[in-house]
Design a protein around this ligand. Structure first.
Ligand code: C5P
Length: 230
């Protein structure tokens, strides 16, 4: 069993919303409901720690209560950046923790099987990231001018869950504080330190809710999923 940290302290800025995008409705539930439902259904997740803004805690409590979890779910105050929120979550875990999974609250369509796959891989890896091969040709652009085309066969789109040996990810975050590193995912800290990060096959449908279009796509995928249920 591994603990799962869920960064959920963002805002709705890029969504154009006046509140945390994770509290926006997706079908008849808030986005965060689906993220937590999948995490709680994963057999390898022992407890869930949400990192959020204090003003969202009453909404978190409502979402968690409606799920009737049989595992512990708690929430702690996040930080001004995703990185700071993850560090706050790491500090909320007992020092005896051996491994930890980290999954963005905004990736609400990850399946329980993906959490279990990552947790299983963590048994013999010190760092891992769920990822899918990139299908588009990617251009590197500076000042609206294309400056390069990295070979596509080496490109993977990083997702969450990501998983780490606890002592190492704590050390990596502390090093980032000392060095002033700012990263958008936790695997990047391992990479900066030259520590190995393994790929675990992710899911094409594991999108991150960022814009109103993402919400519309997620709604469609959820409906398609429900129609395929027996
Ligand atoms: O903004 P973005 O979608 O990249 O954020 C990724 C995840 O990090 C989201 O689930 C968001 O709630 C979380 N986050 C956080 N603390 C912040 C900013 C973002 O926990 N200060």
């Amino acid at each position: 069993m591994v603990p799962l940290l869920v960064p959920a302290a963002g805002s709705g800025r890029r969504m154009g919303a006046d509140r945390n995008k994770l509290l926006l409705p997706l079908g008849d539930r808030p986005v965060l409901h689906y993220t937590l439902a999948a995490a709680l259904a994963a057999t390898t997740i022992g407890e869930v720690v949400l990192m959020g803004q204090e003003k969202d805690f009453p909404a978190f409590a409502e979402i968690v209560e409606a799920l009737h979890p049989v595992k512990p779910v708690r929430w702690v105050v996040g930080g001004a950046t995703r990185q700071a929120s993850v560090y706050a979550g790491l500090m909320a875990l007992p020092a005896s923790t051996t491994g930890v999974l980290i999954h963005d609250g905004a990736r609400c369509l990850a399946t329980p099987a993906l959490f279990d796959r990552c947790a299983a891989a963590l048994a013999h890896r010190e760092g891992l990231v769920a990822a899918v091969p990139v299908k588009d040709t990617i251009k590197e652009v500076v000042n609206e001018k294309v400056v390069g085309t990295p070979p596509r066969d080496r490109l993977w789109a990083a997702q969450t869950p990501q998983g780490f040996a606890y002592a190492q990810i704590v050390a990596a975050h502390r090093q980032a504080l000392v060095e002033g590193w700012e990263v958008t995912d936790d695997a990047a800290l391992f990479e900066k330190l030259g520590w190995p990060v393994a790929i675990v096959p992710g899911e094409e449908t594991n999108l991150k809710i960022t814009t109103p279009q993402d919400l519309a796509i997620a709604r469609f995928l959820l409906q398609a999923h429900c129609q395929n249920q027996p």
